[in-house]
Design a protein around this ligand. Sequence first.
Ligand code: DHB
Ligand code: MG
Length: 223
Amino acid sequence: MPTEIYAEIDAYFEQNLLGTDAVLERISRDSEENGLVPHAVTPLQAAFLALMIRMNGAKTVLEIGCLGGYSAVAMARALPPSGTLLTTEIDPRTAAVAQSNIEQSGFSDRIELRVGPAMSVLDDEIASGAIYDFVFIDADKVNHKRYLEASLKLARPGTVIVADNIVRGGAVIDAQSQENSVIGVREMFDFAKTLQNVDMTALQTVGEKGYDGMAIFRVRGDA
Ligand code: DHB
Ligand code: MG
């Protein structure tokens, strides 16, 4: 896979479309210095999520899987001042890095970071009757299906749900795969197949972080 050209083209797009972004670049640096895995979305993907949030007019965002806070801040910036974003992080040490990044970004008034297994946060949100306009699923891929299921319980007509990492370098079509993350993503697609009231698609992506993709869902209804 010629990943070098993908990275060069990402750099070209970034230069022309995004320019420098002191806030996100700082989070990237800080995440690396603190030894977090380099699994945050790319600058162009972050801009894509921000665009989707603006296009949907979302005011409430749920992120499942925070890591260092890179995508949380990118998405929170796309919200109106009254908007709110809830994000989850299972690892307390990672969450401390993220919380500091969120505070330094200047968007901590809009972002709540809850530390714990995503599924227990989602169960709490479902129990409280919360509704979200936009959801980004980006935690462990083993539970991708459960996260999509929970997201749909937290959705209204018009809610958009984006699920990251659905290609896994091509492994997603390997029905014999023993890799738990691949099995998890495939379970999500088996579940997606059964959905009646949802418009959906999936896009393969290449770029500085290699070959992967995102699935996009929108709950049908009047909105
Ligand atoms: C992995 C996780 C991610 O969320 C991502 O964007 C890329 C890779 C991983 O666990 O390998
Ligand atoms: Mg991801």
